[in-house]
Design a protein around this ligand. Sequence first.
Ligand code: ZN
Length: 325
Amino acid sequence: MAAMEYSALRERLLDRKQLLEKAVSQYEAPTNIISLLQEVDQALERMNRGSYGICDVCHEGIEPERLYADPLIKVCLDHLNHTEKKMLESDLEISAKVQRALLPKKDLKLNGWLMSYHYQSSGAVSGDYCDLISQENDDEFFFFLGDVSGKGIPAAMLMSNLHALFRSLTRFNLPVNTLLAEANRLFCQSTISSYYATLVCGKATNAGSLEIANAGHCNPILIREGKPAILKRTGLPMGLFCGGEFKSEKTLFNSGDCLIIYSDGLSEAFFKDEQYGEERIIQIAEKNQNLPPGELINVYLNDLAKFKKDFPQNDDLTIMILKKV
Ligand SMILES: [Zn+2]
């Protein structure tokens, strides 16, 4: 574990110790608070002895992302007892439900646009982020597709953090580059240093104007007047530098033009040594550009299944398609 994260965990434990001690001194604390305080003391003691983060059973390192979520744990995933395993399963089930509830409606018909997406996690929960937020005046909407580094619960928690950040910031109707810079600053402040997120975000108006930025994410494909183009990265991923600046590009979409955004679960899907790749995504987009978004997504999913044969899905997968009508 990196020294910075180690000291952040230590800070958290000391904070908790202070809060618990206050609770114990101010009122007759129930026994669970007293035993929690003992556990925090024991964790700090393990830090002093240099045995923190080491599994009690196998003496191997405990998964760092689990320690961030709960700094008091003492065993690795392999050595949870039956009750702990059941609790973990139920936590995952609830997290997956919460995550599904954060997704936008599927197959949306907005003024002048059609939108559809596919969202599929490789495990119980996904580190991909996908949202569409209409503005109150209904004249325009924001769309987002991102990918938080890492996997599992910590990535899913950061994904919901992004969801909440953008849901609150879009109310101010900022230009896309300012919105991204503002969200990046807040995300940086709330994120453990080793985590970051790549993201495509944009704003579309009913009239067809599109402002879009790409913070270190896979290149979105634009089909305009029948011709494909890619939108290269316009900035670094979010969460790396608090003061990061982001550029956005403006373009005008006419009827039939479409935008395909996806996570690396599509472009970097592999079969043996072969990668699915951007070129294949472009070719399919060009060939099937007349299809409505939902059907084009199905073409991708079928082609991906054909490509991967029976190789398992190894990464979270999200595809979002917007089409100007
Ligand atoms: Zn172990």
